[in-house]
Design a protein around this ligand. Sequence first.
Ligand code: ZN
Length: 242
Amino acid sequence: MPRLFDAHNHFQEFPDPADAAAGLRPAVCCSTGPSDWEAVRKLSEGSPSVVPFFGLHPWLIPEAGGDWLAPLGQLLRDTRSGVGECGLDALKPPSLAEQAEVLKRQLELAVLLDRPVSLHCVKAWGPLLDILRASRPLRFLVHSYSGPAEVTRELAALGGYFSFGPAILDERRVKARAALAEVPRERLLFESEAPQANGAPAEILARVHAGAEGLLGLPAGSAAELSARNGAEFLGALAEGR
Ligand SMILES: [Zn+2]
């Protein structure tokens, strides 16, 4: 059984989060805001293969209030963790200007503490690129990626990784499939995005790997290998022992 690296999921939303992580190693579990930080921390303490990421997702900015930054910084210092899920979403409130400020604060923490970042981006590629050029996080991934080729080149030049989930299994998701073909192989990652799709996360991820191998003309088993290698680079020291 190869190691199945899961670049993005929300296991804390499962009734039994430890069970959701079965067969995945390592698995990046992203929190979304103060309300689930403790659940993700607990899960990672009980499941050594789970790498916790702590951050404030753009959708949850309204409910987080004004007092999230200092507790987030403390949590990151106290744990072997990454930063996220954070990012920009032009289709959801609050304004992109407000989302940008929240993202910048989190990228500052990532740079200060030398942590990888998990990014969410919907229809805000220009603003995201501007922020990344200014903030310069050392290691970041864009999850459920579907950006156009010129954005892929810019993100790759900034050192970015790209993660693909169950969307690539749907032939109507033309942009995601086109993006998969454009991404440099050494920056390619895969995610279960659990609990978005139905089924056990390890089975979803195995289907995503097989789908990507089909679309890219890669031999069976190579997507898992590639993702494990790239995932270890992305996580850096956080991968040790996981
Ligand atoms: Zn997510």
